[in-house]
Design a protein around this ligand. Structure first.
Ligand SMILES: [Mg+2]
Length: 388
C-alpha cells in the first residue's frame, strides 16, 4: 500500500467553534495581560483562529483524515511544502517510521510548535487510515478497550456575573458532570484586589457545587511565580483538583518551585510537545498533572509514549481539548483520567449540537465510542469538502 496524495485544507474556523467568539467578550487573565493594550479582548493579540485538515489518500483510494490548529497558516504550509514530500510513495501503515522521519526532517525549524502540530495531524490521519484498512476502530489498534466510557469534565465555566456563573455551575452538576473548570480573571497587573476576586470566585464555585464535585481553574499562563505562590496559598481551603498553567511553559524551574510548596496540585502541558518535552517536565518534578493535546504533542504515536512516561512517574493525564482522536486514546489508555469537554452554558442560546468531528454529546459526564473503522469521524466544517 502506498500514499498517492496528501490534501491539505486551511479552514477559517476556530477549533473551539462559537466559544472562541464568546471568549473574546470575557475579561480573562492571559499571558499578555501585563501589557495594558493587550489586556482585553483576547483577539487584540491572539492569532486568527483557524484549523488545518489533512487527508492522506492511498493508490487504492483509501483516505485517512487528521486535523489540528493552523494559526498563521503555519501548519498547513509545513505539510503542503515539506512533509507531504516524505509521505508520497510511502507505506501509510509504517506509522513509527514516518513519525521519526517527519520529526528528524523538521529539526531545522521544528521540535515544538507548528512542526509538531503538523506531525500530529498527519499521524492522526495515518491512524485513521490504518483503522479503515484493518476495518477496526483506532482504539482497537491502540490495544483495545481499557474502559467502556470515557469520563469527561465540563470546561466552559466563564464568569460573566454571579447569577449566570452559579446557574451554569449548578446546571453542569444537574447534567451529571463530576468535575468542572473555570477561568481566572486576574493576574499580577490587577494587584491584591484581583487576588481577592480570584479567591472569591473559586469560593463561590465551591459553595455552589458542594463538596462532591471536583473544581479546577485555568490561569492561561497569566501569572508569575510570586503571584502563583500567593494564589495557591489563598486557594488552599477550597479543595481544588488542580490549578492550570499558572506560568509560561518554559518556566520549568519556577513550576518546580511552585509545585514543591503549593497546597493545590499544579497542571500544565497543553503547550508542550513530544516525549522529550514531557520528560523534562517530569524529571524536574514541575507538575502534578500532565495535560498534553493530541493535536500538538505529536498525534497518537507520541501521545501513547507520553501516557507511558506519565504513568511510570505516577502522574495522571487530563488531556487538553476535546475530540474524537482524544476519545480513542482515552478509551484505550486509563493513564488518561478525564477528557476536557465544552458544554454549552445554560444561559447561551446556541443549541448543543454534535462536535465538528461528529462526536456525540456526553451523557452524565461520560461518552462511549462506537465501533466504526478508523476514527469514525465526519468533519462538519465551513468550506470543507472531504475526498470521497
Ligand atoms: Mg488550559
Amino acid at each position: 500500500m502506498k500514499i498517492a496524495r496528501v490534501k491539505v485544507s486551511h479552514i477559517n474556523m476556530s477549533f473551539w467553534g462559537e466559544f472562541a467568539a464568546r471568549q473574546d467578550e470575557l475579561h480573562l487573565v492571559t499571558l499578555m495581560a501585563t501589557y495594558p493594550q493587550y489586556r482585553h479582548p483576547l483577539s487584540s493579540w491572539f492569532p486568527a483562529e483557524a484549523m488545518c485538515v489533512v487527508e492522506i489518500e492511498t493508490e487504492d483510494g483509501l483516505v485517512g483524515t487528521g486535523w489540528c490548529e493552523d494559526y498563521s497558516h503555519a501548519t498547513s504550509v509545513i505539510i503542503d511544502e515539506h512533509l507531504s514530500r516524505l509521505l508520497i510513495g510511502a507505506d501509510p501503515l509504517d506509522r513509527n517510521r514516518l513519525w521519526d522521519q517527519m520529526y528528524r526532517s523538521t529539526m531545522p525549524y521544528g521540535r515544538k510548535g507548528p512542526a509538531l502540530y503538523a506531525i500530529s495531524a498527519i499521524d492522526i490521519a495515518l491512524w485513521d487510515l490504518a483503522g479503515k484498512h484493518f476495518g477496526q476502530p483506532v482504539y482497537q489498534l491502540l490495544g483495545g478497550r481499557a474502559r467502556d466510557e470515557v469520563p469527561i469534565y465540563a470546561s466552559h465555566l466563564h464568569f460573566t456575573n454571579e447569577d449566570e456563573f452559579t446557574r451554569e455551575a449548578a446546571e453542569y452538576v444537574n447534567r451529571g458532570f463530576k468535575a468542572m473548570k473555570m477561568r481566572f480573571l486576574h493576574g499580577p497587573a490587577d494587584g491584591r484586589q484581583g487576588m481577592n476576586r480570584n479567591t472569591e470566585l473559586v469560593q463561590l464555585l465551591r459553595e455552589t457545587v458542594g463538596d462532591n464535585v471536583d473544581i479546577m481553574a485555568d490561569a492561561y499562563m497569566g501569572w508569575d511565580l510570586e503571584y502563583a505562590r500567593t494564589m495557591c496559598r489563598m486557594l488552599a481551603p477550597f479543595n481544588m483538583k488542580w490549578i492550570e498553567e499558572p506560568l509560561l511553559p518554559d518556566q520549568i524551574r519556577d513550576y518546580a518551585t511552585l509545585r514543591r510548596d503549593s497546597p493545590v496540585p499544579i497542571a500544565a502541558g497543553e503547550h508542550e510537545t513530544t516525549r522529550y518535552g514531557f520528560s523534562q517536565l517530569i524529571e524536574a518534578e514541575a507538575v502534578d498533572i500532565i495535560q498534553f493535546d493530541i493535536g500538538r504533542v505529536g498525534g497518537f504515536s507520541e501521545a501513547k509514549r507520553v501516557c507511558t512516561l506519565a504513568q511510570a512517574a505516577g502522574l495522571p493525564v487530563y488531556t487538553h481539548a476535546y475530540g474524537t482522536p482524544t476519545l480513542h486514546l482515552a478509551t484505550s489508555d486509563t493513564a488518561i483520567g478525564m477528557v476536557e469537554y465544552f458544554p454549552v452554558p445554560v444561559w447561551d442560546r446556541i443549541d448543543e449540537a454534535p462536535h465538528f468531528d461528529g462526536t456525540a454529546i456526553p451523557v452524565d459526564g461520560k461518552l462511549m465510542l462506537g465501533d466504526e473503522p478508523g476514527l469514525g469521524a465526519t468533519l462538519d466544517l465551513p468550506g470543507f469538502t472531504a475526498i470521497t
